[in-house]
Design a protein around this ligand. Structure first.
Ligand code: SAM
Length: 284
């Protein structure tokens, strides 16, 4: 939110808004665009489950926005109370306002506005058994959100965005994470800084490449932390990043497809790397 305006709105107050021209509504609606998300260091998360996930994970909430229909709903009222307790502001709005904010005809009953959060590259401390995913210029918000969700599912310790990536705080990316955005630390960096950091990475650096010389199932991922590098949807990994890998692996394919979708390839790799974390229970 615009700093001045956010301060002018006393935290903790509950406001009722029905007008589309309300300045707060305009500011929140603007979060659909990256330049305003960056200006305000904020983003939207839609739906009660996502907002509760964010609150549970300790992310800073600025606004809890709910449709009048949510009045009397105990879960909505509890989340509103948690927002107030955390110093945020609760906005009760008309359906029309909620539709405008989310740009959807049938919006969710609840939207949260949270502060963005990145972990600096220098703060990553890889330990044995850890897995990190580095994405080179990922462009598709759905792919990025799906990868964050999958990284969460396998217990990866972070996702590193290298170069000009799509915004993880875009509403489509946030939706695709299904709440995992709050669980997986994100880091953004450029290629130069990443390559310098990689030099100090004491573990296995595995890149995926259509021309990889090694079948991904033949690698021993159990030694030390693993850094998995995935290439851009159109261009794959550039030579500069491929050369920084200890191994370049390929996932075998049959049929006519040139390659796998980036998020699918990342999922295949992450489950192989984390295979030992999910031992068979013998129940099947
Ligand atoms: N035309 C691109 C190329 O030549 O690399 C295709 C990129 S693919 C859609 C996106 C990324 O997914 C690749 O850079 C790689 O990281 C991963 N990928 C997809 N299929 C793969 C496969 N069969 N083996 C290894 N990596 C794969």
């Amino acid at each position: 939110m615009n700093e001045t305006r956010a301060k002018a709105t006393a935290p903790g107050r509950v406001k009722e808004i029905t007008s589309l021209s309300n300045p707060l509504v305009k500011d929140i609606k603007a979060l659909a665009l990256k330049k305003y998300r960056e200006r305000d260091n904020a983003y939207m998360a839609e739906g009660l489950k996502l907002v509760i996930d964010g609150l549970d994970a300790g992310w800073t909430i600025r606004f809890f926005i709910f449709a009048k229909a949510g009045n009397g709903n105990p879960a909505v009222e509890k989340a509103a109370a948690r927002t107030v307790a955390a110093g945020g502001t609760v906005l009760e709005v008309s359906e029309k306002v909620l539709s405008a904010i989310t740009r959807r005809e049938n919006p969710q009953m609840v939207v949260g506005v949270f502060e963005q959060r990145y972990r600096p590259l220098k703060d990553i401390r890889p330990a044995p058994g850890d897995v990190y995913v580095a994405l080179d210029r990922v462009r598709d918000p759905g792919n990025l959100g799906t990868i964050i969700r999958t990284a969460d599912a396998v217990g990866a310790k972070g996702v590193i965005l290298v170069g000009d990536c799509t915004d993880p705080f875009a509403i489509e990316a946030v939706r695709a994470t299904m709440g995992s955005l709050f669980a997986v630390p994100l880091t953004e960096t450029d290629e130069e800084e990443f390559l310098a950091w990689r030099k100090g990475f004491k573990g296995l650096v595995v890149g995926t490449h259509l021309k990889g010389s090694v079948d991904y199932r033949t690698v021993d991922y159990s030694k030390g932390p693993v850094l998995l590098m995935m290439g851009n949807e159109q261009k794959g990994l550039p030579d500069s990043l491929a050369e920084a890998c200890d191994k370049l692996v390929r996932i075998p394919q049959a049929g006519k497809a040139d390659s796998l979708n980036l998020a699918v390839a990342t999922g295949v790799m992450l489950y192989e790397i984390r295979r030992s974390a999910f031992p068979l229970t013998g129940e099947n």
